[in-house]
Design a protein around this ligand. Sequence first.
Ligand SMILES: C[S@@+](CC[C@H](N)C(=O)[O-])C[C@H]1O[C@@H](n2cnc3c(N)ncnc32)[C@H](O)[C@@H]1O
Ligand code: SF4
Length: 374
Amino acid sequence: MKELGIYVHIPFCKRKCHYCDFLSFSGQTGLIEKYIESLKQEINKTIISKDEYIIKTIYFGGGTPSFIESKYIVDIMQLLKENFNIAKNAEITIEVNPGTVDEQKLKDYFNVGINRISFGVQTTNSDLLKVVGRIHSYSSFVNGYNLARDIGFKNINVDLMIGLPVQNLLYIKKDIERVLSLNPEHISVYSLIVEEGTKIEEKINAGELYLPTEEEERKMYWKVKEELEKHGYVHYEISNFAKPGYESKHNVACWEQEEYIGFGLGAHSYFENKRYSNTIDFEEYFDWPENSKILHEKQSKQDKMQEYMLLALRKIDGVKISKFKNKFACNPIYLFREQLNKLVKKELIEIDNDDIKLTSKGIDLANIVWQEFI
Ligand SMILES: C[S@@+](CC[C@H](N)C(=O)[O-])C[C@H]1O[C@@H](n2cnc3c(N)ncnc32)[C@H](O)[C@@H]1O
Ligand code: SF4
């Protein structure tokens, strides 16, 4: 039986955060009903043999899946259960913005089988939350978190951001202290990317907001890493930390180049050596949701091996040479000797027995490692 992941995209938000360029829209609640009907149509028309594939992960991402009424999420989950062979121990995640969730929604998620909640928190400083355009406060996050625990969720992720305007090490220490006191199973820590065309970019260019320097931002990163590791979290990917056994199966599957099918506007899929994404145009999606996939890449074996290296070098335990050999019947040390030699010389990776791993410098300069493989 082959393993498969499912991604469901919900492209609606209550309000657009100032830093975000994800495919998500505010002020479009009138489209939600129609969108869910199209999603259902797309799911119904996607035939994946129950004898051939077992679903190991389901991920409701966005946008803000918790913004729409929970009856829609329940409907989609029920449809997925009817149409696909879902593993008993499947990891089923929903992304939640703390400003859009209440007890009933969390109960509905739990009762329909969702077993992992991912809270977008970003910072626990309520003033800074306002600066970056978030709709929630620190206390509304704590309320939502405690509700989720009371209802029975045993696997909770918290998303934090570093390198935000005015943020400094003191803010970060407070964030870590507060988040650790809640004891989540998983913590993601993203460095702010100033995306083109976002409000935050505009404000920085206008001199209204200042970012920490790169050096300060790196100090924040290493502080987070030090504190989380001290408290038993495993740093398993550049931006991700988990208690042992709680590494996100959804994330790990993506980095290990496993197959997944994406449903919804702009959703990506990786299936039978091909990468696709759905249209990002609502009208096109509504017209023919099951046929809105655009083929981006049909991978040759060489493409696939190269991509595997690139993805695996985001993980802290890097590439297992033996695993690569088993998967592709080739030796990566020989195949990528030029790129690897360059990276070793720049002290960005180290090669040791069965491992090709990022060094501390490589963790800091992950983008350069990435560029060597594209
Ligand atoms: C789809 S959102 C999470 C769910 C929900 N929409 C929310 O924001 O609460 C995914 C995560 O991406 C991160 N993110 C979004 N835009 C980013 C940016 N420009 N730079 C770094 N991280 C970003 C945030 O940490 C956010 O929680
Ligand atoms: S960060 Fe989350 S809530 Fe904010 S606009 Fe992006 S997807 Fe929406």
